[in-house]
Design a protein around this ligand. Structure first.
Ligand SMILES: Cc1cc2nc3c(=O)[nH]c(=O)nc-3n(C[C@H](O)[C@H](O)[C@H](O)COP(=O)(O)OP(=O)(O)OC[C@H]3O[C@@H](n4cnc5c(N)ncnc54)[C@H](O)[C@@H]3O)c2cc1C
Length: 376
């Protein structure tokens, strides 16, 4: 097996403490959170206290100012637990970067330290009931009124949506122009539904939200008015890489757990592992997962050097999430009936995996991006 080379000793120490935290604070509570439809506030605060949130945010804004390898570790460790409830990655590595890169000094000082402490939970609302893939078609409007914007419309499928204190909304500020605007959850006219009932990721508080004449100051605008689409294009490669990292880590863990299971479970007087079908399936999966791992570690290295381009990030997202779904399906099959039982890691992994091919841009949209890059 090819040894990974992206981690040094410091990374390994961080990995151990993250793993300890997840095993102690997340794994034992996750069943209850699945019933509740969301995680606890407390776990956000505890993660913040330990410096596990917003690791990539500069120290002057409350983060640790470390490179993307630390975010990678957070996601990989969470994927291995099979606990998809905490939306830490979206908060730290998707929402915070918009504020870091496009926020004014005032906005950075106001929000980033609280986000790093877990006191403020972040979300980003692009998708609407009427449009997801076609972002240019959003209907939400932000109209100027004196020094304010007045926001109207609704958003759906928003990760961290129910618990969020701060949400970046994608809204039309003119004909064919979209902008990114921060909205605090306590603004008058902003309401959220209960978390949506999903086939997986049951502890993740994905929700629908409504904006009825919500007034926010124009100083809540991120970057320049009308440039929202460009900012989204700048940040989406990181979001897609994050999804790919979770995908490959989940696939690796699925193979690891299945290797163990098939060597314990017996049928026809021998372990399942003795059947040629089992051996070949696992050999195929181990090979594909190894190829994926090498590709993703290379993408992580490129991303740290700011050299990961848009089509390569799209390739990573589509290929790894397709692989994840294939691997969890094959691994579930090797678990037989137990694989279909919710208490089994592989059952949840199977249900959780499906959304990965849909969000952060569907895999069909990824193929559009790739084909445009190679054909034109
Ligand atoms: C669990 C979960 C969490 C999410 N979290 C967030 C979040 O935090 N923030 C947020 O803004 N959104 C979020 N989303 C929404 C997600 O990003 C959208 O669902 C996704 O972008 C697809 O949009 P849609 O659902 O409107 O599907 P549609 O755009 O209606 O697509 C339907 C089908 O048509 C295909 N299609 C569309 N256009 C094309 C095309 N040009 N070529 C080929 N095929 C095409 C799609 O690939 C898909 O198969 C989340 C979704 C889920 C399921």
């Amino acid at each position: 097996m090819i040894e990974r080379t992206i981690f040094n000793e410091e990374h390994e120490l961080f990995q151990q403490s993250v793993n300890k935290f997840f095993e102690k604070e997340i794994v034992p509570n996750h069943d209850q959170w699945e019933i509740d439809g969301h995680v606890s506030r407390e776990v956000w605060l505890k993660a913040g206290e330990l410096g596990l949130l917003c690791t990539g945010t500069a120290e002057e804004y409350g983060g640790s100012g470390v490179d993307f390898t630390y975010s990678t570790i957070m996601m990989e460790e969470l994927a291995r637990t099979g606990c998809s409830g905490p939306g830490f990655a979206l908060h730290s590595d998707i929402v915070a970067p918009y504020i870091i890169h496009q926020g004014t000094e005032e906005l950075k000082k106001q929000w980033l330290p609280k986000m790093a402490k877990g006191e403020v939970i972040g979300a980003i609302a692009m998708t609407e009931p009427g449009t997801g893939s076609d972002l240019q078609a959003v209907k939400m409007t932000a109209k100027k009124d004196g020094d304010d914007y007045i926001i109207n419309g609704s958003k759906t499928f928003i990760t961290n949506g129910y618990m969020c204190d701060l949400v970046i909304v994608v809204a039309k500020t003119g004909e064919g122009e979209i902008s990114l605007i921060l909205v605090e959850a306590d603004r008058e006219g902003f309401t959220k539904d209960k978390p949506l009932k999903k086939i997986g990721m049951k502890a993740q508080d994905t929700c629908q939200m409504y904006f009825d004449n919500v007034r926010v100051p124009q100083s809540n605008l991120l970057g320049q008015e009308g440039q929202g689409f460009i900012y989204l294009m700048m940040e989406l490669p990181q979001e897609r890489l994050l999804v790919a990292i979770i995908a490959i880590a989940t696939a690796e863990e699925a193979v690891k757990r299945t290797l163990q299971y098939v060597q314990e479970r017996e049928a026809f007087g021998r372990t399942i592992a003795k059947f040629q079908n089992t051996r070949f399936k696992l050999a195929e999966m181990a090979t594909e997962v190894q190829m994926g791992r090498v590709f993703i570690d290379k993408c992580i290295e490129l991303h740290i050097k700011q050299q990961l381009d848009v089509p390569t990030a799209a390739m990573a997202k589509y290929a790894m999430t397709d692989l994840q779904c294939k691997v969890v399906d094959e691994c579930l099959q090797l678990h037989g009936g137990y694989g279909y039982m919710w208490e089994y890691w592989i059952a949840r992994a199977y249900a959780d995996a499906r959304a990965q091919r849909i969000y952060a841009g569907t895999n069909e949209i990824m193929k559009e991006i790739i084909s445009r890059a190679i054909l034109e």
